[in-house]
Design a protein around this ligand. Structure first.
Ligand code: G1P
Ligand code: ZN
Length: 542
């Protein structure tokens, strides 16, 4: 039976860079999930009988939230829900499922790389029919609806068994429970040369893949150990846990510390890799060498033709503005277009749909291609494996050769987490106001050649997005970028992105911290970070 339940707006249900993301207790509050999910259904107005894909990263509250979403879908005229078994499906796998099954959209339950558990984070994200995150006009419509909501509709009945593969019904709606891995694994097989990767592993190539007790465990075990013949035990932390084993499922040098230490040790395998909570990010570390995501994008772009799915070459490369310029030089050398977009994967969707870009990447460990409309952690690992299998060189060797050919961009991101939101906004405001004066000023050996507040004109739909980060470009190829995070759940997070281009191979082995030291000091003094935020140093450097 369908029930209509009166309700009223709950403040703050505005989806951010990647959906609505809050602490678990907020989601557990009365009508919180129901209001937001109803706002989605009201705003996107799916045709009666539409198909919806639903999956989550398995974090705390995933299972309860799946039940609510199913019951509300049944009460809102959805014809079929395709649900990952146990409520689990990685973000790129949801994207693929929406596309391959021609679903109208999908609901992803995840807070990505944020910690989980009863006091951790949770999130709900809506993806549209191309498989990608809802564009801003859709998320705005959802938010507006949430501010005017008066009732939600829900199927009144017992919880559904979500653990058995097969079809069941909820009222008039079919619930199709699927193995979340199978279709995704099949897609990977169409893109990469699995025989060559199998031969690579058979030749003794060693790898450690850390699934961080998050969603990619089952995918990595099936593909790497199952199909490609990687040694058993290659995948560690391969069981998705509601609290990610108490860890932060963010594959960076801070939270994947043990993997990093292994890669730097004498026992290092040929490749260390990891993915995040919902499986869209990636970390790549060769023996003794961490590959920055910005470099990884450039390297993958330069070598993608070695994989069957990209043998025809790339239509173009897209990177988010704060991502380093390393990929730009690959694009220039190959004579293809480079698109610079605001932070957030949703800005790549139009470029991919229009066939303007083939590979996309962000400095925040996100890389992907036109195979889905999300970034894809395991895909990036498989593309690396395909390249290694063809070139038969080590990761570090390939990276150094790349730097020698294209020059090296030293890169770091400084995060000032959980700072006071007003102070952060005041700091950005003050710096924005000074941008015109900064142009032409000299700091040490370099001069500010350009200073602006990044704005983006989407070449496909003409939409315009402004205030996407403050950029200072210095002579000699250095750059500073300041922006506030759109995904945090407590206070504000200031991100400062630093880069310096170094063409001279004799200097490519210098230490990043040392190379960027002067720029880092300048980043703090220029924006008066301490005065506005009370912080002398960033809380995380990646
Ligand atoms: C962060 C990353 C951004 C990424 C987003 C979602 O957003 O910086 O590149 O697209 O997470 O994974 P931010 O917190 O910086 O707004
Ligand atoms: Zn993620």
């Amino acid at each position: 039976m369908i029930r209509t339940v009166p309700t009223g707006p709950i403040a703050g249900q505005r989806p951010g860079t990647s959906g609505l993301r809050k602490k678990v207790p907020i989601f557990q509050a009365s009508h919180y999930v129901e209001n937001f999910v109803q706002s989605i259904f009201d705003a996107v107005k799916l045709p009666a009988g539409a198909t919806l894909v639903v999956g989550g990263d398995g974090r705390f509250f995933n299972r309860e939230c799946v039940q609510t979403v199913l019951k509300m879908a049944a009460a809102n005229g959805i014809g079929r829900v395709i649900l990952g078994q146990g409520g689990i499906m990685s973000t790129p796998a949801v994207s693929n499922m929406i596309r391959s099954r021609r679903a109208a959209g999908g609901i992803i339950l995840s807070a990505s790389h944020n910690p989980g558990g009863p006091e951790g984070d949770f999130g709900i994200k809506y993806n549209v029919g191309n498989g990608g995150p809802a564009p801003e006009k859709v998320t705005e419509a959802i938010f507006e609806r949430s501010e005017a909501i008066t009732a939600f509709r829900i199927w009144d009945g017992a919880d559904l068994d979500i653990d058995s593969v097969g079809e069941t019904r909820l009222g008039g709606m079919v619930v199709e429970i699927v193995d979340p891995v199978a279709d995704y694994a099949a897609l990977m097989q169409t893109l990469f040369d699995f025989d060559r990767i199998r031969a690579l592993f058979a030749s003794g190539f060693s790898m450690r893949y850390d699934a961080m007790s998050a969603v990619t465990g089952p995918y990595a075990k099936a593909i790497l150990e199952g199909t490609l013949g990687a040694a058993r035990g290659t995948v560690v932390n391969g069981m998705p846990l509601p609290d990610f084993g108490g860890n932060h499922p963010d594959p960076n040098l801070k939270y994947a510390r043990s993997l990093f230490e292994l890669a730097m040790s004498r026992e290092a395998p040929d490749l260390c890799a990891a993915s995040d909570g919902d499986g869209d990010r990636n970390l790549i570390i060769g023996r003794g060498l961490f590959v920055t995501p910005s470099d990884s994008l450039a390297l993958l772009a330069a070598n993608a033709h070695l994989a069957p799915g990209y043998a025809q070459g790339l239509a173009g490369i897209a990177r988010s503005m704060p991502t380093s310029g390393a990929a730009d030089r690959v694009a220039a050398r190959h004579g293809i277009r480079l698109y610079e977009t605001p932070t957030g994967w949703k800005f790549f969707g139009n470029l991919l749909d229009a066939g303007l870009a083939t590979l996309c990447g962000e400095e925040s460990a996100g890389t992907g291609s036109n195979h889905v409309r999300e970034k894809d952690g395991l895909w990036a690992v498989l593309l690396w494996l395909n390249i290694l299998a063809v070139r038969r060189q080590g990761v570090a060797e390939i990276v150094r050769a790349h730097w020698a050919e294209y020059g090296r961009t030293f890169y770091a991101r400084h995060d000032y987490e959980e700072i006071d939101a007003d102070g952060a906004a005041a700091m950005i405001g003050a710096l924005r106001a000074r941008l015109p004066d900064l142009k032409g000023q000299r700091f040490g050996v370099s001069e500010v050649e350009a200073a602006d507040d990044f704005a983006y004109h989407d070449p496909v739909d003409g939409s315009y997005s402004e205030h996407q980060g403050l950029r200072l470009i210095f002579s000699g190829g250095s750059r500073l970028v300041y922006r506030l995070s759109g995904t945090g759940t407590a206070g504000a997070t200031l991100r400062v992105y630093l880069e310096r281009f170094e063409p001279d191979p004799a200097r490519h082995d210098e230490e990043t911290g040392a190379v960027l030291g002067e720029l880092a000091a300048l980043s703090r003094s220029l924006a008066e970070i301490e005065r506005f935020t009370g912080r002398k140093q960033p809380s995380v450097v990646t």
